[in-house]
Design a protein. Structure first.
Length: 87
């Protein structure tokens, strides 16, 4: 998983490793992440406070995963209601 944004249950797989330091890092930003569009690979080598950045990105990743889960559950509920209405 990406060392910059992954922690606990919020993990993001990546097959990209930094050729210089050998650290696995995402090459795409998380949806909803700040608008600077830097990849986690670029941030890893530019950001001064990696711990603070890691915490912020992990929160964003968790929020993104939670919102996807809620949307999926709502879609399933709507599908179930539609099935009941058609019965």
């Amino acid at each position: 998983p990406c060392v910059l944004c992954s922690e606990g249950k919020a993990r993001r797989k990546t097959s990209y490793m930094c050729s210089t330091c050998g650290v696995p890092l995402c090459i795409k930003s998380i949806k909803g992440e700040d608008g600077n569009l830097l990849s986690h690979h670029e941030k890893w080598h530019m950001i001064r406070n990696l711990i603070e950045e890691h915490r912020a990105l992990n929160r964003k990743l968790q929020e993104y995963k939670d919102s996807r889960k809620r949307r999926r559950e709502e879609d399933e509920e709507n599908d179930d209601q539609g099935d009941q209405d058609n019965a």
